[in-house]
Design a protein around this ligand. Structure first.
Ligand code: M6R
Length: 365
């Protein structure tokens, strides 16, 4: 039931502080602020040389964010593939390494085939799934459930942020196990995670502003999304979300790639959504924004108070997110990204929960 919401997608966006909070409570001991995984892992992170992540669509983008976390917290190299590529290219993998599969439904055909391939190659398999009775959950060696509850809208929202929460906890656990993170580092990171549900609630208060922006976006034929670091996969997710429900063409790019091609597209008709919390690469992103502004492009900047103060660019609208730990910004910035896609689709009058040509669960390849 949609409660008082017009669409399941709106309800699911608003449920995020609660369900991400449940997922957090599953993987973190709130009292001691330490990671506590409910099941013992059947492998030692010190024996793992590389992690392979395979998934489809939004779930693969959660995996792409997690790559940054595993590499930073645990100094473990990660390769992320869309499952269809992983399975058919018969990626060379090492026996005993870890393969992670991410899926809301747990029934996605390509992800399941990739899991079977990894198993046959002797890898340890770990599934981050939302449906605990699903085939992917049943066939994986280890299951880390996301506690998003049933997701009805075809566009994934709460499953995505619960996947991020689960993967963040696992990446911190890996860093701790490998001795890269100290007790103090762990405590600091866990504290950052504990703050997330409250920060998501704060992010949701910007809905009205975003609704107004959406009227403008709805007039566009193309939209570009840019980000650096973990905001890069989130830019890809923003573009995916917008195209699947509003049918407006959108592309996500690493901000540093702007000059290498997409800048040729910029004119007054093309809005550019820039996801840029104030961090060590913020200045670089500001210069990208200046390049966009100089060509008449209109910018929607999603940043924090410090970023809003430092960004000196014309023709810009800012959406100011709460100040937070730099490590986990995708969990909070996902909210304005989802709201922008949602409200644009509402303006366009599309079938938000059942977009044309799409199925909630893709069980054929
Ligand atoms: O059920 P899964 O998480 O395996 O589904 C994967 C994709 O089909 C899914 O994320 C799809 O990209 C969504 N429609 C995105 O909003």
């Amino acid at each position: 039931d949609k409660a008082n919401y017009r669409h399941f997608m709106a309800k699911e966006i608003h449920e995020q502080p609660e369900v991400v909070g449940h997922t957090l409570a599953r993987y973190v001991d709130m009292a001691s602020e330490r990671i506590s995984l409910p099941t013992e892992l059947p492998f030692d992170f010190n024996d793992v040389q590389r992690i392979s992540i395979a998934a489809c669509g939004t779930a693969s983008l959660a995996g792409f964010v997690a790559k940054y976390w595993f590499e930073r917290f645990a100094r473990l190299p990660v390769e992320v593939d869309v499952a269809s590529e992983f399975r058919y290219r018969e990626a060379p993998v090492r026996k005993g390494d870890l393969a992670i599969f991410i899926s809301q439904s747990g029934e996605t055909a390509d992800t399941l085939a990739a899991l079977r391939y990894a198993k046959a190659e002797g890898m340890h398999t770990l599934a981050v799934v939302n449906v605990p009775t699903s085939t992917i959950a049943r066939e994986s060696e280890t299951v880390m459930p996301t506690l998003a509850g049933p997701e009805i809208g075809v566009a994934s929202t709460k499953a995505f942020t619960c996947q991020l929460m689960t993967l963040a906890a696992l990446a911190v656990a890996a860093g701790k196990a490998r001795g890269v993170l100290s007790d103090a580092d762990e405590a600091k990171l866990v504290h950052g995670l504990v703050e997330i549900p409250r920060l998501m609630t704060e992010a949701l208060t910007h809905e009205h502003e975003i609704e107004k922006l959406a009227r403008d976006i709805a007039k566009s034929k193309d939209v570009l999304y840019l980000g650096r670091g973990t905001s890069y996969p989130l830019a890809l997710e923003g573009a995916l979300k917008l195209k699947e429900i509003s049918y407006i063409h959108a592309e996500g790019y690493a901000a540093g790639e702007l000059k290498h091609g997409p800048i040729a597209l910029i004119d007054e008709t093309m809005p550019v959504v820039v996801i840029a919390p104030y961090d060590k690469v913020f200045d670089k992103t500001v210069s990208n924004m200046q390049e966009v502004a100089a060509r008449g492009g209109r910018i929607i900047l999603m940043t924090d108070a410090k970023g809003a103060e430092e960004a000196t660019v014309d023709s810009m609208v800012t959406i100011v997110m709460p100040d937070m730990s730099a490590a986990f910004t995708p969990l909070v910035y996902a909210v304005p990204v989802q709201l922008l896609a949602y409200h644009t689709a509402v303006v366009m009058g599309t079938d938000v929960d059942q977009p044309r040509n799409l199925a909630k669960s893709v069980t054929v390849e």
